[in-house]
Design a protein around this ligand. Structure first.
Ligand code: FAD
Ligand code: NAD
Ligand code: ISD
Length: 426
């Protein structure tokens, strides 16, 4: 015997929190909704873990960043779930799901059944072992995906203040953690295989600005190589990081951010998968009509690109979750999800936003010596992507609006001359 609910959300991260808020806004009865999460706390704004949480002074701590404060909405504390009659099953891993029988089996042996399931399982950090390097479980090696990881990183920074931190990976985690480690007075070296940081998004010119800024803060870069092994002492601590190029770097702390993989294995053979995620339609509905998927794990049609994508960013998690709940509550009588991809980061005193797709020809504009600058991407004669560093609220809104409109661009030199002015006058 187990419990039965109308709606079950599997996963208790960002998307789950925003879905719960949307359910209550649309009106559900007490006892209808259950959230099952492996994490030991209710949904929170995961982006805080690599930013405010790592600050040496007045760091962000729960309950201050439970969802949905990241979108300036209500903060859903444990009491909020109680008051709204939402069953929060935390610290509980779901071990298997049977979508035909509409049941989930938890690690504690309970069977939970649903009428409608929302999959919001997010993703897991890729491990070095998956690239043939051993030693990830050493005392001073840290990944950063959840609160437990963030607490470990804080402890490591405190116990090795002034020491050497090696950051493996030049993506989002690498960049944001390197900045936080510097702010915590560590000597930081970033190691990554590409020619420049944030290779999935930045152009060489944009990357060069951030790398120079990081160097001015003391960060060293070792590019074009990867880790080959760790030197590990008898106390299970890594003492050095050995690289493929033959060099070796002394280490007190190692932070690894080498990408993620969506948590979809429970559904392999049961639901249609695409591009590494669970394939959904414009209502976030999977190949089984009672099962929806949202956030990092969902591959959904991105109308503005005319193709399906899986995105790994918080805005997409928030909005896809809300759209799924709207579709469920309106019995699918809703428009197709029409999402403009939005990514952002904040590091040191810098802050950037990106909208759309980084495909096609690139036109840079603005002051790359430390002022406001950016880039446009133009594909088949249309603006498809925009990046801006150091913009005002109005300027960010303008690049978002311009990118969504996909205006025609005939002359790239003219676009470069107009720069930000182009977006402001579209
Ligand atoms: P998650 O938030 O990862 O939640 C998934 C949940 O499912 C977790 O609680 C997990 O424990 C649970 N779960 C998984 N499998 C099971 C199971 N079998 N049983 C029970 N529970 C399960 N994006 C941005 O756009 N901007 C940022 O600044 C930014 N910063 C980030 C900083 C960090 C440190 C990280 C890790 C990510 C950041 N992101 C950022 C990405 C953003 O946080 C994710 O895109 C977002 O969290 C995805 O939401 P989600 O609900 O799909 O997945
Ligand atoms: P990422 O995909 O951004 O970057 C992965 C990086 O790993 C690559 O840039 C590359 O430099 C490196 N890499 C790949 N294979 C490697 C190898 N074998 N050895 C060494 N380096 C290797 O992933 P991430 O930085 O790990 O971030 C994880 C997730 O968290 C992503 O989904 C990201 O979107 C999310 N996140 C987002 C933000 C943000 O949007 N501001 C901030 C933090 C995290
Ligand atoms: O979007 C975000 C972000 O970057 C954060 O740090 O949400 C969180 C919250 O603002 C934390 O309070």
């Amino acid at each position: 015997m187990g419990r039965a609910f109308v709606y079950v959300i599997l996963g208790g991260g960002v998307a789950a929190g925003y879905a719960a808020l949307e359910f209550t806004k649309r009106g559900i009865s007490h006892g209808e909704l259950c959230i099952i999460s492996e994490e030991s706390v209710p949904p929170y704004e995961r982006p805080a873990l690599s930013k405010g949480f790592l600050l040496p002074e007045a760091p962000a701590r729960l309950p201050s960043f439970h969802t949905c404060v990241g979108a300036n909405e209500e903060r859903l504390t444990p009491e909020w779930y109680k008051e709204h009659g939402i069953e929060l099953v935390i610290g509980t891993q779901v071990k298997s799901v049977d979508v035909r029988r509409k049941t989930l089996l938890t690690g504690s042996g309970e069977t939970i059944s649903y009428k409608v399931l929302i999959i919001a399982t997010g993703a897991r950090a890729l491990k070095l072992e998956e690239f043939g390097v051993k030693g990830s479980d050493s005392e001073n090696v840290c990944y950063l995906r959840d609160l437990a990881d963030a607490n470990r990183l804080v402890d490591l920074m405190e116990s090795s203040s002034g020491g050497n931190a090696i950051v493996i990976g030049g993506g989002y985690i690498g960049m944001e953690c390197a900045a936080s480690l510097v702010i915590n007075r560590m000597n930081v070296t970033m190691v990554f295989p590409e020619e420049h940081c944030m290779a999935r998004l930045f152009t060489p010119k944009i990357a060069s600005f951030y790398e120079e800024f990081y160097k001015s803060k003391g960060v060293k870069f070792v590019k074009g190589t990867i880790l080959s092994s760790f030197d590990i002492a008898s106390n299970r601590k890594v003492t050095a990081v050995n690289l493929r190029d033959g060099s070796s770097l002394p280490a007190d702390v190692v932070v690894v951010g080498i990408g993620i993989r969506p948590n979809k294995s429970l559904f392999e053979g049961q639901l249609t998968l695409e591009k590494g995620g669970i394939k959904v339609n414009g209502k976030m509905q999977s190949s089984n009509s009672s099962v929806y998927a949202v956030g990092d794990v969902a591959t959904f049609p991105v109308k503005v690109f005319g193709e399906s994508r899986r995105l790994e960013h918080v805005d997409s998690a928030r909005k896809s979750a809300r759209h799924a709940v709207t579709a469920i509550m309106e019995r699918n009588q809703v428009d197709e999800f029409d999402y403009l991809p939005f990514f952002y980061s904040r590091i040191f005193t810098l802050s950037w936003q990106f909208y759309g797709d980084n495909a096609g020809d690139v036109v840079h504009f603005g002051d790359f010596s430390g002022g406001t600058f950016g880039a446009y991407w133009v594909r088949k004669g249309q603006l498809v992507g925009s990046f801006l560093e150091g913009g005002t609220k109005e300027e960010y809104e303008a690049i978002a609006k311009a990118t969504r409109l996909k205006p025609e661009v005939e002359d790239l030199a003219e676009l470069e001359r107009q720069g930000l002015g182009f977006a402001l006058t579209v």
